[in-house]
Design a binder for this molecule. Structure first.
Ligand code: LLP
Length: 425
């Protein structure tokens, strides 16, 4: 459920008509709902209630400071994958002991920074990284809490580009080598083993692959304990999928996910961490765009919007579906017509939808891409020198721009000329 609903024929974000924000801010823009973010975060809190747990929001899905602070104030921890994300979490008021650091390519500088400012744990992804972390921590006289990210060789049955738990994927250490690497970790200075980590992919719409992976992690936990290691924490990653269409998709609910976690891992006496991104942010955000032209092609009609693939890359990159609806509610019974919905960027890949049935629309009409809160703004670029679009946060009847649209001068003046060129007036 989200808080983007039609009222009096106009799509609202909570209590604010999107027409009002569009008139003030201009299109395109991202718009997020505080109530939806809060609701989704609490679904996970409720799903794990009674278990010792921490919900670490995967910042990569939506990293605006106002969003992070909203979640931090609800008690969220954060999952970060870069020094930049780590700094964002700190800047949002999240203490180091609620930040977990994931990613296959952590640098010495990132390790040092996190060890200096506080870290709950590093989710270490290779023996090589483990040795570097040991040397960095030892040199600082620090101790790095670690889990090893284990690759359980489970097919998450999701899009090829976002499956991460098969043995051919670059992530984690093969589960077959885990005991040997834990044995090495136990001998390394500056390293404290605290648990095991797993993340098998994103947009999972079935609990079975999670359950298969978590069962393997439960077995591994027992083996590692028998080997003499202290395993007090399991980080189960993110990955729970969301409905991208309003009709036929019914991915498992956080409550069902929580019940499965209890069933598979409940007797291990461990602290549970999860790293959801999409389920918290996805349906808490939309992208609002305007129609520029309706173009009649040969055998196809095109709806050309002012948003493009640089603003929302998911359709071009993963063939992802986003529902696209008019802000002014279409009258019931109105005939729909198939159109290709495209942006102005000079690539055929700049296509959001092909032959999508849409009500009649005219230039300047507003449309909304639903489910665009996660992996939307964060993956945008300035391709074609299109400015990064603003982000707006709504709370009840208030809204605020939480990232303004940059001016063209700001963009152009970020570039610097070499000394051998004379600046043009
Ligand atoms: N933890 C780790 C270690 C991850 O790699 C990810 C996502 C998450 C947590 C959060 O997963 P979520 O709950 O959001 O599924 N850009 C793609 C998704 C990439 C996901 C990468 N890792 C998309 O737009 O679908």
């Amino acid at each position: 459920m989200d808080h983007f609903l039609y009222r009096d024929g106009v799509l609202h974000a909570e209590d604010v008509p999107l027409t009002r924000i569009a008139a003030d801010v201009g299109t395109p823009f991202y718009c997020y709902s505080t109530a939806t973010l809060t609701r989704h975060f609490r679904l996970f809190q409720d799903a794990l209630a009674g278990l010792d747990h921490l919900v670490c929001f995967a910042i990569k899905s939506l990293s605006n400071q106002a969003i992070l602070q909203t979640l931090a104030e609800l008690g969220a921890g954060m999952d970060v994958v870069s020094g930049g994300e780590y700094r964002r979490a700190l800047a949002a008021g999240v203490p180091g002991d609620r930040i977990v650091f994931s990613g296959v390519g952590k640098t010495r500088a990132e390790m040092e920074y996190a060890l200096t400012h506080g870290i709950r744990q590093f989710n270490v992804e290779s023996a090589e990284e483990l040795r570097v972390l040991s040397s960095v921590a030892s040199a600082m006289g620090a101790v790095a809490p670690i889990t090893l990210r284990v690759n359980p060789d489970v097919d998450a049955k999701t899009h090829e580009k976002i499956a991460t738990g098969r043995k051919e994927d670059k992530f984690g250490v093969p589960i077959t080598q885990a005991r040997a690497i834990y044995a090495e970790a136990a001998t390394l200075s500056g390293i404290e083993i605290v648990g095991v980590d797993v993340h098998i992919g994103s947009q999972l719409t079935d609990l079975a692959p999670f359950e298969a992976a978590f069962s393997k992690i439960a077995d591994l936990t027992r083996e590692l304990r028998a080997d003499g290691h202290t395993i007090r924490r399991l980080d189960l990653g993110g990955g729970l999928g969301i409905p991208y269409t309003r009709s036929n998709e019914t991915p498992p609910l956080p409550l069902e996910y929580g019940a499965m976690i209890r069933r598979v891992l409940g007797d291990l006496d461990v602290e549970i961490e999860i790293e959801p991104g999409r389920l918290i942010a996805g349906n808490a955000g939309i992208l609002v765009a305007s129609v520029i032209y309706l173009k009649e092609g040969e055998g196809r009609n095109f709806l050309i919007l002012d948003a493009a693939m640089n603003d929302l890359i998911r359709p071009a990159m993963y063939g992802a579906h986003h529902d696209i609806v008019p802000v002014q509610e279409a009258a019931a019974g109105l005939e729909l017509h198939p159109v290709d919905i495209v942006g102005p960027v000079c690539e055929s890949g700049d296509t959001f939808a092909k032959a999508r049935n849409m009500p009649p629309l005219a230039p300047d009409d507003l449309v909304v891409f639903r489910s665009a809160g996660a992996y939307g703004a964060v993956m945008s670029s300035e391709y074609n020198t299109r400015p990064l679009i603003p982000e707006v946060l709504v709370k009840d009847d208030q809204y605020a721009v939480i990232r303004p649209r940059p001016s063209f001068d700001e963009i152009i003046n970020r570039d610097t000329l070499p000394a051998w060129m004379t600046p043009k007036p």
